[in-house]
Write a protein that binds this ligand. Sequence first.
Ligand code: GRG
Length: 300
Amino acid sequence: MSSAVSTAFDFTAYLEGARWRVEAALESALGPERPESLREAMRYSLLAGGKRLRPILTLAACELAGGDPELAMPTAVAMEMIHTMSLIHDDLPAMDNDDLRRGRPTNHKVYGEAKAILAGDALLTRAFEMVALRTPGVPAERLLQVVGELALASGAPGLVGGQVVDLECEARQVDLETLEYIHLHKTGALLRACVICGALIAGASTELLMALSTYARGIGLAFQIIDDILDVTASSDVLGKTAGKDLAADKSTYPKLLGLEESRRRADALVSEAKAVLDPWSAQAAPLLALADYITSRDR
Ligand code: GRG
């Protein structure tokens, strides 16, 4: 039943429309602020393209829960700000030390390390401002829940914790359980926050929130498996970031631990399981079902 729904749904048009609305909201979220040099560094990375998967997941989850996606737009923008901030910091010499991101030189290559760190800090704090101070029309108690989810997803229980374990495991072979821990935190936590917060804004039921949490775990891991596969199979030109980095750093990845074929099989299985959880809501779930498929079919 769910596949029939996603076939009838024009995902290409949906994605294009959602990306367009997200780009416009991102553009207006960074106003004429001071200092100008900080604004420039923030804009450089935030408006550099990217798939915008996280904000689109946020809008789609709000819609599935029966809400007006426009009410979730400031939260969607917040998600992209946190994601972009994490990319800026991840690319720093002290972390992944990369020169290329979203098809352009990394933030610190253009603005220097200090400015890149501060641009990341400003994007992270602006994300909380978007939810707490720039979301009209949503009850305060829902916004408080969203702020809490953002804090959990960003900090030690989420991205920061995952990144620390990832750094500690550098040049060391890790088992599948540790790899899963890293990715559920480094990548999965923010994707989970997107769908949970989108739904919270719409006042979703506990039942739906639980289903979305399971959905997010599946797509989060699948997303990272595909990321690992693309690092091996795609070019830097297509990815917009340096390909082959995991191999060069002798990093533990899904293809390394399981092989390419088994990794892809596992990603497909995770996506099928994630979609199945939404069966009771399949009439409204077309965007989230199609987004799950997009995660495994993407080429960048
Ligand atoms: C959030 C407080 C705070 C700190 C950040 C640096 C760090 C701590 C965490 C690293 C997180 C990280 C970079 C995870 C990788 C996630 C990932 C697979 C990114 C690629 O996402 P895409 O493919 O990128 O969606 P685009 O460019 O399309 O948006």
